[in-house]
Design a protein around this ligand. Structure first.
Ligand code: PHE
Length: 353
């Protein structure tokens, strides 16, 4: 085998795969040059002196020729790609899938905007909550029947500890706020809550927004004014009328259920007027026992609290009738009811976006 024969084989390779095959045939484990190199071991010193440089010369020549051919073939492949692959920068951009802001997010932003204007800060708490915050401190001791009413999801208890729960309402954020800051307090707490319940108007996870005000001299009139102002701003109508009914929650005394008046316009139910009433939210004056559990003196301070379903507010304002669709992730629904990224609610532009 001469050097000439070897380079002829290499140059004859017309693509990278063929070149690799030639390389293996020459220099691979059982390649012809490798076989020649192995014969050196069995030679006499004189033979080796003559053959050694020749065989090694073949190896070097083959290696160099392969590298050169490889560079050549790669260059040609790149040229060919550059010649065929063209990007027409004048083409219109392809249609990209575009997301939308979920009505729940939009309504939460609207609520934060309305309450910020009234001087409320936003507070948060964990969705995996301990029973003290979710129940006990809210005047629901272990034997309290209201614990059963909530269809609570209990988590498996870790070694000897009390089981945690998925919070059944945003009210534990009241406790977290009152135990971590001193009055005056003015917060809203929006977030996810969980109850084992499922039908057209209930889903196992839904959203609430809690409101809490604690200060000296707070009374029911402050609660009513706050709710009226909030609902007028939210529904963007001045004829929103509230009806307060006595009710019961363990953590408020007195407790007040709030209905909102509606009327029928063109065969559709719209909020405003007093043609009928629908139940909207729960509220009341913070129970003295709750204040005390948080280290606040009920003889010095009083407060009001309310809790309202965010999903329900969204349904009433934007006209959806099945709550389950909120969480199906159906693109057609999201496209229809979703909001654009720039529909940021502001009071001056109308929070309805
Ligand atoms: N936490 C109550 C519920 O989920 C609502 C509520 C909040 C009632 C605050 C009164 C005061 O039903």
């Amino acid at each position: 085998m001469t050097e000439h024969e070897i380079t002829a084989q290499i140059v004859a390779a017309t693509d990278l795969d063929a070149l690799e095959a030639v390389r293996i045939a020459l220099l691979g484990k059982s390649g012809s040059i490798s076989a020649l190199l192995k014969t050196l071991g069995g030679m006499t010193p004189e033979q080796r002196q003559a053959e050694g440089p020749r065989i090694n010369g073949l190896r070097v020549a083959a290696t160099d020729a392969i590298a050169a051919r490889k560079a050549q073939l790669e260059g040609a492949a790149l040229e060919a790609r550059l010649a065929t692959e063209r990007l027409d920068m004048s083409l219109p951009a392809p249609a990209t899938p575009r997301g939308s802001v979920h009505p729940v997010s939009q309504v939460m932003d609207e609520l934060a905007e309305i309450f910020a204007d009234m001087g409320f800060a936003v507070a948060t708490g964990p969705e995996i909550e301990d029973q003290w915050h979710n129940f006990t401190a809210l005047n629901m001791p272990e034997t309290h029947p209201a614990r059963a009413m909530h269809d609570t999801f209990y988590l498996e208890a870790a070694g000897g500890e009390e089981a945690k729960v998925l919070r059944t309402h945003t009210s534990p954020v009241q406790i977290r706020t009152m135990t971590s800051q001193a009055p005056p307090i003015r917060i809203i707490a929006p977030g996810r809550v969980y109850r084992s319940d499922s039908d057209a108007t209930h889903t196992p996870m839904f959203h609430q927004i809690e409101g809490l005000v604690v200060d000296k001299g707070i009374h029911l009139g402050h609660l009513k004014w706050t709710l009226e102002t909030f609902l007028k701003a939210f529904f963007e109508r001045d004829d929103i009328v509230l009806r307060l009914r006595p009710s019961y929650f363990p953590f408020t005394e007195p407790s007040v259920e709030v209905d909102v008046g509606f009327s029928i316009e063109k065969g559709k139910r719209v909020l405003g007027g007093t043609g009928g009433w629908m139940e909207l939210l729960g509220s009341g004056m913070v129970h003295p026992r709750v204040l005390r559990a948080c280290g606040i003196d009920p003889d010095e301070y009083s407060g009001f609290a309310f809790g309202v379903g965010v999903d329900r507010l969204a349904m009433l304002k934007y006209g959806m009738d099945d709550l389950r669709a909120f969480f199906d992730g159906d693109n057609r629904w999201l496209k229809h009811y979703g909001f654009g990224a720039l529909d940021v609610p502001t009071l001056s532009a109308g929070v309805g976006a």
